[in-house]
Design a protein around this ligand. Sequence first.
Ligand SMILES: [Zn+2]
Ligand SMILES: [Zn+2]
Length: 262
Amino acid sequence: MLRFKSLGSGSAGNATLVEARSSTEVSRVLIDCGLSISELSSRLGELSLTLTDIDAMFVTHEHTDHVGNARQFALKSKRPIWMSQGTQLATQALGWGLQPTQIQTARDHQVIEVGVLQITPFTVPHDAREPLQVTLTDGTFKLGLATDLGHASAHVIKALQDCHALILESNHDSDLLRMSKYPSFLKSRISGPLGHLSNRESAELLRHLLNPNLRQVVAAHLSERNNTPQLVIDALCPVMGCEPDDLIIAHAEHGSPWITLE
Ligand SMILES: [Zn+2]
Ligand SMILES: [Zn+2]
């Protein structure tokens, strides 16, 4: 059984909890730690979990809304933290000072085993040093996670094939972004090929990922200023042929409910 839950999503802080269970073992991985440790502890506490119930963390890239408090997590939990070499170099510049044994190097398409969970990182086009997103499986079900990417490369589309569930970035509405008060350099960065997926680009990616086993899509990393849940529903639901209630939208603060694949 594989289940997952966004604990928070968006530029204010990202964290996703993924859990796999066999008859004898439970494994939990946290993807990113953009929340403060007290906020993370409190959101885990609502699930009757503590930091040490997490077996490992995977940091996708060095932007603050993802790497944020991963260092504090590492110091308190003593758990391994996986990230690319490039993300390590970028975070060293932040003065991390963790034990080298605690930081593990993740590479594109090199499977990471955490108990009964397997994580497969894949490279994404984003303006960070060496950003990786991930798919996770318990051997039966496959979850794909893809936020913080400027466009859907062939590599991304290939990595996300045959998923039973997807957490997919639907960052902004292009018209809202264009009309926003953001400075032009920021608009260019967000909408550029190394920025974030617009609703239309997310819908186009989703079109490539449809498969008979796909059960649940979670739209994530929505811009608070340049998007609305309704615009995301209008873009994604026609592709999925689903009702608006069938699409889950990860909330900036509350994340998503548990989604279980069994
Ligand atoms: Zn982000
Ligand atoms: Zn980012």
